[in-house]
Design a protein around this ligand. Structure first.
Ligand SMILES: [Zn+2]
Length: 270
């Protein structure tokens, strides 16, 4: 599933191609991808609008349009936004095509059909459901410590909670906990101050690395040019791709934390 580094990569790599371009129309191959307003109204309202800015909120992409509408895109489990040209064959599993005035096409490819397109007047509702952005300056070790105080859930589950922290999902939570040397099943309230500091640094480190490598293409994520990211090649434990721990040589183990498959090193993570 695309997480913060994947969505940030899509934003960075799409922006130079689409900012300032006018949307001439949208073709839906599957109406269900549009959640708000009705598919017909969505297509009608989007057409003719210029894309003023592209930003990321947690795992959401937000395209600000010239009429002050916000086009909200969520890639969910298996979505990708692939750039093409007028006349290019849409990739398999394309659910929507956004046509731009210079002949470019944005193909929303989404095999599992969990992806979302929405047109809203503002993003307040989305923002109200998101915790701090982990790479922003206002997310400090002190803020992290305060947010963790008296929280009971296993630390892995809390890291996945978008209201606790925006943008972290299954892969980068496993990676951050490995880098911090913390067992994912530990109750959040049991973490010591030094452990919290290590985890804070680890979260930022793994997200920055994920962006640097263009995201992780483990299952179906692609960059806008159709290429794969390489972040997964640098994972220590996530997805269980590496069979043994690079630090201690122990076999990487799999457990389940709140219904999410979780990979960790039983020796390095206490
Ligand atoms: Zn180890």
């Amino acid at each position: 599933m695309p997480e913060l580094p994947e969505v940030e990569t899509v934003k960075n790599e799409l922006s130079p191609h689409i900012i300032g371009r006018r949307i001439t129309g949208v073709t839906l191959f599957w109406d269900g991808i549009v959640k708000e307003p009705s598919p017909a109204e969505f297509c009608k309202r989007v057409a003719g609008q210029e894309i003023i800015a592209l930003t990321r909120l947690g795992k959401y992409l937000i395209a600000s349009l010239s009429s002050d509408d916000k086009l909200v895109i969520h890639l969910k489990m298996t979505g990708s936004l692939i750039l093409g040209k007028d006349g290019s064959e849409p990739p398999k599993f394309t659910r929507a095509v956004i046509r731009l005035d210079d002949g470019q096409r944005i193909f929303f490819r989404d095999p599992r059909k969990f992806g979302v397109l929405k047109l809203v007047k503002n993003t307040r509702e989305i923002e109200s459901k998101l915790g701090p952005e982990p790479l922003e300056g206002d997310f400090t070790p002190k803020v992290f410590l305060e947010r963790l105080a008296n929280r009971r859930p296993p630390i892995k589950a809390l890291l996945l909670d978008q209201k606790f922290l925006a943008g972290v999902g299954n892969m980068y939570a496993d990676e951050a906990l490995f880098v911090a040397g913390i067992d994912p099943r530990r109750l959040s309230s049991s973490l010591t101050k030094p452990e919290i500091k290590r985890l804070y640094n680890a979260i930022r480190k793994v997200l920055v690395a994920g962006i640097k490598y263009g995201g992780a293409s483990v299952v179906t994520y692609f960059r806008p040019d159709g290429s794969a990211g390489t972040a997964h090649q640098h994972f220590n434990v996530a997805h269980g791709q590496k069979k043994t721990c690079l630090v201690c040589g122990s076999p990487i183990e799999r457990t389940v934390v709140r219904n999410r498959g979780t990979y960790y090193c039983p020796l390095c993570q206490k």
